[in-house]
Design a protein around this ligand. Structure first.
Ligand code: IVH
Length: 572
């Protein structure tokens, strides 16, 4: 029962989880434990081995394939659960072999390169209590109270270490296993806005100092605007969308064509230093480090928050969580760092993470609800996209009743059944994504979804091209495709025909007056007026807008035609 409480707790919001942690601890105090204290050694061995295998599988999906199956919160839940088991059964935990190196992002595609100084990861905190406990540990280690901290956004991308020798960029390496990583210099050089040489700071601390060798640490990420643009263009080209900005960043560094880095708008931000020679170039505070990074002319963290003592620290973290909605880049938490470097050294490092820093993870914008049905949308290129029709639920302040499922394989991979309880999450897209299934709540009557073999709009048998995940309707006269083509043509980015929305388009296509785009320019007053009652004025306006669209810029017309591979930029 206690284990069940823990598992269920991992699936709900952080605040709820915090409450159950208390329950767990109280129970532990009363003699009961989150992990059962009495278990046969073989059962404990099995549980620990199973958890390690499961975690290693998710590590590989996340780091090597850039295709995670579960959210960060669920992953951290698994790790936390493993730690509980290991602490309860330390002897058995030592007997069970480790599965694979945890958190290794080397892909095997690149030369590997050894970091001069190890790249560490961060311990995590999920609740106010955990953050306060971190602060108390640091205070104890330093032997002082009311310490100064710096709070930074936790960028959701891929860690890189960029080495400058005599001020010149010579190498960029991914975190890898922390000791050595992939040499992605060519890719990182293709990032717009990353200078190849460091500027010598003219004034302030470190003025005139140019380090002989320095490893600058940071994150390669994709800003939201670029993420949206890339996905719109991919959809137009009949390619699958990236699930979130992190996958786009990781996927781009994992393929060999460096020019894609520029095309897909990857960016970099720096927040740390590894090896540094001479040490006099190393700033004395974390806050100073941010200033130094900017003084060298590197892209730095635009806004960081300072806090003295635990209460102020908690307020600062909450401020970042609120400010997060307005960030142009993806974040999944706030990173708290002890400000004084001398104290950082005093507090020291653990096995894989420093003890002077912690990542406070934001409650993911996730909700659980029931999958009522799966419907199929036919896009303008004929791609059939499954859409999850949900029992309406509030997610990050707005009501959600639909979520994208991307493609047929995703339904099979998740073994998704109509009637299941599912998790939906905001993933940087306007429409939320379905990110998981709560198997424990699967009702007996849940039924597997049978993907259609014919187009739901025109009944033409569907096809799947070799090497593509997309299933398409090849029907040349498919009314669903036509409706979407008209929507695209008339859109703001296309020839911008005001008043030609989905309802009117449906009417025109249904009544057979528009069979192809050119028919829009053959419309007569009576065709439009027949769309509804008392619409003569708006019919006039629509005809006027169609007439005006003849003067649209040529690039908009070309874009509006929806030619494969021709997005707005190429059209121009
Ligand atoms: S500091 C020794 N600061 O989070 C400290 N990391 O979960 C090392 N990350 O591997 C990291 N934003 O990829 C730091 N402001 C930030 C960060 C940050 C994102 C990533 C980084 C790291 C991971 C740890």
């Amino acid at each position: 029962m206690a284990v069940r409480v823990f598992l269920v707790a991992e699936n709900f919001s952080r605040h709820f989880r915090a409450g159950l942690w208390v329950v767990g601890l109280v129970l532990a105090g009363a003699g009961a434990q989150v992990v059962p204290a009495v278990m046969t050694p073989s059962a404990a061995r099995e549980e620990i081995a199973a958890l390690r295998i499961e975690i290693a599988r998710h590590d590989a999906l996340y780091h090597r394939q850039a295709a995670p199956e579960i959210s960060d919160g669920d992953y951290d839940g698994l790790k936390r659960k493993l730690r509980e088991w290991e602490q309860t059964y330390p002897e058995i935990a030592r007997e069970v072999p480790a599965v694979a190196e945890v958190g290794d992002d080397r892909s095997g595609l690149f030369q590997t390169y050894r970091h001069r100084e190890r790249m560490m990861s961060l311990e995590k905190a999920y609740t106010e209590a955990e953050l306060r406990a971190f602060s108390a540990r640091v205070e104890k280690a330093v032997g002082k109270r009311e310490l100064a901290f710096v709070v930074e956004p936790k960028f959701d991308g891929l860690a890189v270490s960029v080495t400058f020798e005599q001020g010149r960029l010579v190498r960029a390496v991914t975190r890898g296993n922390g000791i050595e990583g992939d040499d992605v210099t060519g890719h990182v050089l293709a990032i717009t806005g990353l200078p190849r040489t460091l500027r010598v700071p003219g004034q302030g601390a470190g003025a005139g100092v140019m380090p002989a060798v320095i490893e600058v640490r940071g994150e390669v990420y994709v800003p939201f605007a670029e993420f949206q643009r890339v996905n719109v263009e991919r959809e137009a080209a009949g390619e699958t969308r990236f699930a979130n900005p992190r996958n786009l960043a990781a996927g781009t560094l994992r393929q060999l064509d460096a020019s894609e880095v520029t095309r897909r708008g990857l960016a970099v931000v720096f927040y740390g230093i590894g090896a540094c020679d001479p040490l006099t170039a190393y700033p004395t505070t974390q806050y100073g480090l941010h200033e130094r990074i900017r003084a060298w002319g590197l892209p730095g963290v635009e806004e960081v928050w300072r806090a003295m003592g635990t209460d102020a620290l908690w307020r600062a973290v909450q401020t970042v969580e609120t400010a997060r909605a307005s960030f142009a880049f993806p974040t999944d938490g706030a990173v708290v760092k002890l400000d004084e470097m001398a104290w950082q050294r005093e507090v020291g490092v653990g096995e894989s993470a420093p003890r002077w820093a912690v990542a406070y993870k934001f409650a993911s914008e996730r909700a659980e609800t029931r999958l009522r049905a799966i419907t199929i949308q036919v896009g303008r290129t004929g791609v059939l996209t499954p859409v999850a029709e949900l029992e309406p639920v509030t997610l990050a302040g707005s009501k959600v009743a639909r979520a994208t499922l991307h493609n047929r394989d995703e339904i099979t991979r998740r073994d998704l059944r109509v009637g299941d309880f599912v998790y939906v999450e905001k993933a940087g897209e306007i429409i939320p994504a379905l990110v998981g299934v709560n198997r424990a709540r699967r009702p007996a009557e849940a039924v597997p979804f049978v993907f259609p073999t014919v187009c739901p709009a025109c009944h033409t048998p569907v096809v799947q091209r070799a090497g593509e995940v997309a299933v398409r309707c090849p029907g040349a006269a498919c009314p669903a495709q036509l409706r979407r083509r008209i929507e695209h043509f008339a859109s703001k980015a296309g020839v911008d025909i005001e008043g030609l929305g989905p309802v009117r388009i449906e009417g025109l296509v249904e009544r057979g007056v528009v069979k192809e785009l050119a028919d829009l320019y053959r419309l007569r007053r009576e065709d439009v007026a027949a769309l509804g009652k008392n619409v003569s004025k708006s019919a006039e306006r629509l005809l006027g807008a169609i007439e005006a669209s003849k003067r649209a810029e040529l690039a908009r017309v070309i874009y509006g035609l929806g030619i494969p591979q021709i997005g707005a930029v190429a059209a121009k």
